[in-house]
Design a protein around this ligand. Structure first.
Ligand SMILES: NC(=O)c1ccc[n+]([C@@H]2O[C@H](COP(=O)([O-])OP(=O)(O)OC[C@H]3O[C@@H](n4cnc5c(N)ncnc54)[C@H](OP(=O)(O)O)[C@@H]3O)[C@@H](O)[C@H]2O)c1
Length: 263
């Protein structure tokens, strides 16, 4: 299937490692030009160079924090100026820490809202008008299985990401008339640095080996294993493509079947 992504321009936020990196690489393999960002400049530049080396596509990399609206606005404007347009935006960020409600502070709640909800708002504010005028666009949020089924110990994610789902569904209504599709992709346990950090944290708290935690996660999925970042990225790349032209306003799980609900 030709995905029709050649020469499209994609912003992939928080893309130096993990899911964001896999999505940026996946889009580049289909011929899209990609603009990447993350806070740690050397890791980010190495990823952008690797993507360029492997795929030959043009990349732009800027070190920034997605919780800073000004930095996001400058990044989007620079991408638009450099490549002439922005067709696709994948909103991503790190995840909030694993805590029980009793362990959280009010500052933790503000930080989680800034990291996951407000960063998505900033990216949407800056990119959707650019897509709207061209009557073609794809805005895709990376959230979590927590939007469909709360995960124990992740109250910040369980709460704040539900707001992102509401935002995405509402934006799909507002921008559908302009042929701008807005969707949400919800990863389950996927083998990235963040997941390995989480397994070490939980293992420390429970006095077991990280491998045991990972084994428990794998068993929760009917597929019996943790996912790979490329398996997640494949779904995002499809949604970003020409071929997903009648799909908008959905929250798609890429979780090996962990979520027990029917939808
Ligand atoms: N992996 C999973 O199993 C899983 C499951 C459910 C949900 N998720 C969610 O999916 C998202 C991506 O997870 P991941 O596993 O790919 O994490 P990861 O491997 O830790 O990668 C996170 C990426 O985001 C960047 N980043 C973090 N905070 C940022 C900020 N404030 N501004 C700009 N860039 C930032 C990081 O680079 P810098 O640190 O250099 O900025 C890095 O490039 C997270 O929200 C996570 O909670 C992951």
């Amino acid at each position: 299937m030709d995905l029709g992504l050649k020469d499209r321009v994609a912003i992939v936020a928080a893309s130096s490692t993990g899911l964001g990196r896999a999505v940026a690489m996946g889009l580049a393999r289909e011929g899209a030009k990609v603009a990447l960002c993350a806070r740690t400049e050397d890791v980010l530049n190495a990823t952008a160079e690797e993507i360029h080396r492997e795929t030959g596509v043009e990349t732009l990399a800027r070190a920034l924090d997605v919780t800073d609206h000004g930095q996001v606005a400058r990044f989007v404007a620079e991408t638009n100026q450099r490549f002439g347009r922005v067709d696709i935006c994948v909103a991503n960020a790190g995840g909030p820490p694993s805590k029980s409600f009793a362990e959280t502070t009010v500052e933790d709640w503000h930080a989680a809202a800034n990291l996951n909800l407000m960063s998505t708002v900033y990216l949407a504010k800056e990119t959707l008008p650019l897509m709207q005028v061209r009557r073609w666009g794809r805005f895709i949020a990376i959230t979590s299985m927590t939007v469909k089924q709360p995960v124990e110990g992740l109250i910040l994610s369980n709460s704040v990401r539900a707001g992102v789902s509401g935002l995405i569904k509402t934006l799909s209504n507002e921008y559908g008339p302009y042929n701008v599709l807005v969707n949400n992709v919800c990863p389950g346990f996927t083998a990235t640095a963040r997941l390995m950090d989480l397994s070490r944290t939980l293992a420390g708290k429970q006095g077991v080996a990280p491998a045991e935690i990972e084994e428990r996660w794998a068993k929760q999925a009917p597929l019996g294993r943790i996912g790979q970042p490329e398996e997640f990225a494949n779904v995002v790349v499809f949604l970003a493509s020409e071929r997903a032209s009648y799909v908008t306003g959905v929250s798609i799980s890429v979780d090996g079947g962990i979520v027990k609900g029917m939808y």
